[in-house]
Design a protein around this ligand. Structure first.
Ligand code: FES
Length: 154
């Protein structure tokens, strides 16, 4: 076999080997890194129709979202307080900003109370008294076609 032909066959074999390695390593790396690619996924979730939310008070809404937990796809249940004042809608996270206990809405006082250490929040989630260092978290929300859509990062 001539040296030129030998070089050309060597180059062809090298290209084939690179293709084979790429065909094996590519899908394996995609599978291994897929949970990392799903982190920080954002999206809008329909949680209610606007007419389902009474005006002038907070209402607890439960909703589920399909999320990826490692290699598993699971439906997770969440709850949130939706407050409507006319056309204004806000979504208030029920987790207390002190140590994370779940706050309860009291209709008669139009406030959120934390049962763990007595934190009190006003109707918009601002701190009134107690140990919480800041107000309740408010999530992005929009109304489209009468649907209340909540922005979540999962
Ligand atoms: S966890 Fe709510 S006041 Fe402490």
């Amino acid at each position: 076999m001539s040296p030129g032909r030998r070089k050309m066959l060597g180059a062809i074999v090298a290209v084939i080997n690179v293709g084979i390695v790429g065909a094996i390593v590519g899908p394996v790396m995609g599978f291994v890194t897929s949970p990392m690619n799903q982190r920080g996924k954002k999206g809008w979730v329909k949680i209610a129709r606007i007419e389902e939310i009474p005006d002038g008070r907070a209402t607890e809404i439960r909703y589920s979202m399909r999320t990826k937990d490692g290699y598993h796809v699971v439906d997770r249940e969440y709850s949130i307080y939706v407050r409507r004042d006319g056309e204004q809608v806000m979504c208030i996270d029920p987790a207390c900003t002190h140590l994370g206990c779940r706050v309860e809405y009291q209709v008669d006082r139009d406030r959120f109370l934390c049962p763990c250490h007595g934190g009190v929040f006003d109707k918009h989630g601002g701190v009134v008294s107690g140990p919480p260092p800041k107000g309740l978290i408010r999530h992005l929300v929009k109304v489209e076609g009468g649907n209340i859509l909540l922005h979540r990062e999962v």
